[in-house]
Design a protein around this ligand. Sequence first.
Ligand SMILES: [Zn+2]
Length: 76
Amino acid sequence: MGYNKINTIMKGFLSMIYCCLDDVDLALEAIVDKTQLAPVIDQIPKEEQLSTRCEYCGAPAVYIVTNSHSHTECGQ
Ligand SMILES: [Zn+2]
């Protein structure tokens, strides 16, 4: 039983996609597909946008899409 929980946490941890405005739909779909959980979109702070790239097209990333709850539930 413990394994399922760990597995879920691991998946949640890995499910984090940087994306630009155009590819946010793809990122949302990918997260739902992978984790079966509702995705959460956060805007990346301006300073960090410079060093992050969209995983789909390589443009500067604007959003980070994660699966929800991980930071509220396990204190990450
Ligand atoms: Zn993109």
